[in-house]
Design a binder for this molecule. Structure first.
Ligand code: HEM
Length: 187
């Protein structure tokens, strides 16, 4: 990708957004910990965020889909397939979640007949999503490490004192004087 001046701030935004999505996902994976209301509204917000994300990047999606069928690297194809699976799976998670909703849909006056199959599907596709996210993180591991080093570790790391033996003009001059002194003593 072409590097521009705007790149660092874009990377920073991506790191913040991705971390927020990841944290929200972790909370959504533990409904007993968060409580049902938070779980359901967070899940619905997740769905809205993904739809907005796709609509905002629609042109990019069209381009990447075209490229998939033309000449491209296999790593790019694997990435594309994994992203498509993530999208299909999260759609199933949210749809099955809505079908078993206990808080959000009754809140807006919709009461669906509860079914064990939707419950089973919801748990299964949520667990599958966890596996897919693991692969997604593994595929982008180098980017994650680089961004953490750049925006999280480096800004808070103490500045290193100048190392001994580093060639500064002053040190070079002192060394030279010491050598001359040494020579004088020896002769
Ligand atoms: C990011 C999206 C979501 C994820 C990752 C997710 C994940 C999960 C997980 C892991 C469970 C526990 C399953 C089990 O114990 O077998 C669960 C339960 C549940 N989820 Fe979700 N969920 C999401 C979205 C939603 C949405 C949008 C709704 C409804 C509006 C919803 C409604 C429920 C309900 C009612 C349960 C309890 C099922 C039971 O008691 O067996 N979820 N969810």
């Amino acid at each position: 990708m072409k590097q521009t001046l705007a790149q660092p701030s874009r990377n920073k935004t991506n790191l913040i957004v991705d971390s927020a999505i990841f944290l929200a996902f972790l909370v959504a994976m533990a409904p007993r910990f968060s409580g049902m209301a938070i779980h359901e509204w967070l899940g619905i917000a997740f769905g809205a965020a993904i739809t907005t994300h796709l609509l905002l990047h629609w042109q990019w999606l069209v381009e990447v889909t075209k490229r998939f069928f033309s000449k491209t690297q296999w790593s790019a194809r694997i990435n594309y397939i994994l992203n498509a699976l993530l999208f299909i799976d999260i759609t199933l998670v949210i749809f099955s979640g809505l079908m078993i909703s206990e808080v959000a849909l009754p809140f807006v006056g919709i009461q669906l007949a509860q079914s064990g199959s939707w419950r089973g599907l919801h748990g299964t596709v949520a667990n599958l999503f966890l596996v897919l996210v693991g692969l997604h993180v593994a595929l982008h591991w180098q980017w994650i490490v680089n961004m953490f080093k750049r925006f999280v570790i480096t800004p808070f790391a103490p500045r290193r004192a100048p190392q001994l033996g580093v060639a500064t003009p002053e040190l070079a001059q002192i060394n030279q004087l010491q050598s001359v002194e040494q020579l004088r003593k020896e002769t």
